[in-house]
Design a protein around this ligand. Structure first.
Ligand code: FES
Length: 113
């Protein structure tokens, strides 16, 4: 069972991400989806350092160079395609990844296992 998140056109490559809510075993949690180097990735919007949301303005998840996801609080940098923290206080930890797919011009959240 998948859930429509947005239209593909709403996620320009290397542009703003889109925030949404996802139901988890711990209740509703903030999440985001973005397109990076042509592929779509989604994660819980919760830093691995302290459970704060990453974006410094709604939808602003990438650093100035568009190379990494950056946490607004203390600057942790995450690989956009894996969610692994490569710099900052939570180096080596990861953002929880969510399964998404792109079909017929839309982005879908897949059932989480
Ligand atoms: S809360 Fe994200 S780096 Fe500290």
């Amino acid at each position: 069972m998948s859930r429509l998140i947005c239209a593909s056109a709403e996620l320009p490559d290397g542009g703003d991400g889109l925030r949404f809510m996802v139901d988890t075993a711990n209740g509703a949690q903030a999440a985001f989806v973005l397109r990076w180097r042509g592929e779509v990735f989604a994660y819980l919007n919760q830093c691995a350092h302290v459970a704060l949301e990453l974006d410094w303005n709604p939808g602003k998840f990438l650093d100035a160079d568009g190379e990494f996801l950056i946490c607004a609080a203390h600057g942790a940098l995450y690989q956009p395609d894996s969610g692994v923290c490569v710099s900052g206080p939570c180096r080596g930890k990861s953002l929880p990844r969510l399964a998404v797919s792109e079909q017929n011009g839309n982005i879908y959240l897949e059932a989480q296992t």
